[in-house]
Design a protein around this ligand. Structure first.
Ligand code: FRU
Length: 478
C-alpha cells in the first residue's frame, strides 16, 4: 500500500528533512554567513537506523536548504556530536590554506562499543574525511557518547563534554589540538536521574541586568512516559577543569516542559556574541509513531539563551532567534475585554499558516485563558488549547483533542509552573504540526507537536470570567 504524504503537517520554518528520519541536531555551527545544521539521519528510511549525518544550511535560521548527506555510516553508526572551527589549524589536518572544520562525534558499534571519532572538512561541511587514527577518545565503554566542544579562552584549550549515560555522569576532557584529549573532571549524578543522560553541553551565559556570566551544564534525558520532559540544566561555575553546581544536588531545573524538545545543543558561534541553540522536536516515547510521511522528525526554532535572576533564583531564558516579535506585526489590538471565545478580524486569515501570537494580559477574574486552535464542530471538536490556568498557576498546552493521536499517552496536558513576580505574557509559534509556547519573556517553554485533521480557526478564550488583554500582536511568517 502506498503511504500518503502528509505535507499539511510539514512545518515551514522549522527544519525537517525532505524525506526519511531525523533525530538530534548535530554539529551546529555558524561560519561565513551560514548556519549549518547536521542531523542524525537515516538516509534510507523513515525510521531510526543506518545512522549518518544529514546536512542543511540557512542564512536566517528559518528557511533551510538541505544539502547532500555529510557523513555516511560505515561499520560504525555516526551518532551525535559537534563541529568546531579549527581557526589556527591546531589539528594539522587537511589543507592549511583553507578554513578547517572538525567534527567530533560518537562512533557507535551497535551493542558493543561507543567511542569518539573525528572527521574533517575543508569545504564548509559538504564533504568529510574520517581521521585515519580514530578513535580520538575511547574508554572502552558500551555507552559513552555525544561529545560537545567549546573553546575555553582562560585555560587556552578546547573542552569536550561527553556523557556516561547509565552513570548519570558528564565528563570533561581538555585538548590543545582537538586530537589528544585528557580527562579534566567528572560531574554527577545530580539533579534528575530518572532516565539516562545524553547530549550534554557546557555554555557560558550572561546574567541579564548585570555584568556577570555564569556557566551552565545542559543535558537531555528522557524515555517512555516515566518522565514528561527531556532536558535539564545546572547553573554554576567552570574553571577550566571542574564544573560546580551552585544549587543543592537534588534541585532540578527543566529547560522546556513540553514532550517534544530534546537533544538541544548550542551553535558553535564563530561571531561569539551570543549563545543560541535548537533541539529535536519529538519524543522518544512515540517518535516511531509520528504519523508523518515521507519524513519523521523536525527541529525547534533557534533560541537565544541567557540567565535571569527571578524570585526562584537564576533561571534559563530562551528567546526566539531571530526574534520574530521584533518585526512589524501583521495585526495588533489593545485593551480588549474578553469573555468566552472570540476570533478577532486579524485572526481570521491564519488558517494553516505559520505565525506568532503574543498576548499580554491582566487576567482579571478569568479562571483559564489563552488561545484555542480548532474546528467549529459542536460534536467531537478538534482542539489544541494553549494558555494559563489561574487556579493551578500553570501554563499549559492541552493536546488531548488535537486531532490524530499517534500513540497511547500522546493525548495529554503539558504544563509548566508560573514564575512568580514576572508578567503574564505568552508568545506562541504555530507552524502546522509544530508549536512552541514561550511564556513570561522566555522563562517558560513548552514545545509540542499535534496533528490536526481538520481546518482550524484561531480563537481567544477566557473561561469562568473576564480577561483583560493589554496587548495582542500577531506576526505572519513566510
Ligand atoms: C539522543 C541519542 C543520542 C545518540 C543519538 C543516536 O536522542 O540517543 O544519545 O547519540 O540519539 O541517534
Amino acid at each position: 500500500l502506498a503511504q500518503q504524504s502528509t505535507e499539511q503537517w510539514r512545518p515551514a520554518i522549522h527544519f525537517s528533512p525532505k524525506k526519511n528520519w531525523t533525530n538530534d541536531p548535530n554539529g551546529l555551527i555558524y561560519i561565513n554567513g551560514n548556519y549549518h545544521l547536521f542531523f542524525q539521519h537515516n538516509p534510507q528510511g523513515n525510521e531510526w537506523g543506518n545512522m549518518s549525518w544529514g546536512h542543511a544550511k540557512s542564512k536566517d535560521l528559518l528557511h533551510w536548504e538541505e544539502l547532500p548527506l555529510a557523513i555516511p555510516h560505515g561499520k560504525e553508526y555516526i551518532f551525535s556530536g559537534c563541529v568546531v572551527y579549527d581557526k589556527d589549524h591546531v589539528s594539522v589536518l587537511g589543507d592549511p590554506s583553507k578554513p578547517l572544520l572538525i567534527a567530533i562525534y560518537t562512533a557507535d558499534y551497535p551493542n558493543t562499543l561507543q567511542e569518539q571519532h573525528l572527521a574533517f572538512s575543508n569545504d564548509e561541511g559538504l564533504t568529510w574525511t574520517k581521521y585515519a587514527q580514530n578513535p580520538v577518545l575511547s574508554i572502552n565503554l558500551k555507552d559513552f557518547r555525544d561529545p560537545n566542544i567549546i573553546y575555553h579562552g582562560p585555560s587556552k584549550q578546547f573542552v569536550m563534554t561527553v556523557v556516561k549515560p547509565w552513570e548519570y555522569t558528564a565528563q570533561f576532557y581538555g585538548s590543545k589540538d582537538l586530537i589528544h584529549w585528557s580527562l579534566l573532571s567528572e560531574f554527577g549524578p545530580q539533579g534528575d536521574v530518572d532516565m539516562i543522560w545524553e547530549c550534554p553541553s557546557l555554555l557560558e551565559l550572561p546574567v541579564e541586568n548585570s555584568k556577570e556570566k555564569k556557566w551552565v551544564l545542559a543535558l537531555s534525558s528522557q524515555g517512555p512516559y516515566k518522565k514528561a520532559v527531556g532536558m535539564q540544566y545546572f547553573v554554576g561555575n567552570f574553571d577550566g577543569k571542574t564544573f560546580t553546581n551552585d544549587a543543592p544536588k537534588e534541585q532540578v531545573n527543566y529547560v522546556d516542559y513540553g514532550r517534544d524538545f530534546y537533544a538541544a545543543i548550542p551553535f558553535y558561534n564563530t561571531a561569539n556574541t551570543e549563545t543560541f541553540w535548537l533541539g529535536w522536536m519529538l519524543s522518544w516515547s512515540y517518535a516511531k509513531e509520528q504519523p508523518t510521511f515521507p519524513w519523521k522528525g523536525q527541529m525547534s526554532l533557534a533560541r537565544t539563551l541567557s540567565l535571569v535572576r527571578t524570585s526562584q533564583g537564576l533561571k534559563l531564558k530562551q528567546v526566539l532567534k531571530p526574534d520574530l516579535t521584533k518585526m512589524k506585526p501583521s495585526f495588533e489590538a489593545k485593551n480588549l475585554v474578553l469573555k468566552g471565545s472570540k476570533t478577532l478580524s486579524g485572526m481570521k486569515f491564519l488558517q494553516s499558516k505559520t505565525y506568532v501570537i503574543e498576548l499580554k494580559v491582566d487576567a482579571a477574574n478569568a479562571k483559564q485563558w489563552g488561545i484555542e486552535l480548532g474546528d467549529e464542530a459542536k460534536q467531537n471538536p478538534e482542539l489544541t488549547r494553549i494558555g494559563f490556568d489561574e487556579k493551578s498557576q500553570d501554563w499549559f498546552i492541552d493536546r488531548r483533542l488535537s486531532g490524530e493521536i499517534p500513540a497511547p499517552g500522546f493525548d495529554v496536558i503539558q504544563s509548566a509552573p508560573f514564575v512568580a513576580g514576572e508578567d503574564k505574557v505568552m508568545q506562541l509559534v504555530v507552524d502546522r504540526s509544530t508549536i512552541e509556547l514561550l511564556a513570561q519573556d522566555g522563562l517558560v517553554a513548552i514545545s509540542s507537536l499535534r496533528f490536526p485533521k481538520k481546518k482550524e480557526t484561531v480563537r481567544l478564550v477566557s473561561l469562568g470570567g473576564e480577561l483583560r488583554i493589554k496587548e495582542l500582536r500577531i506576526w505572519e511568517v513566510k
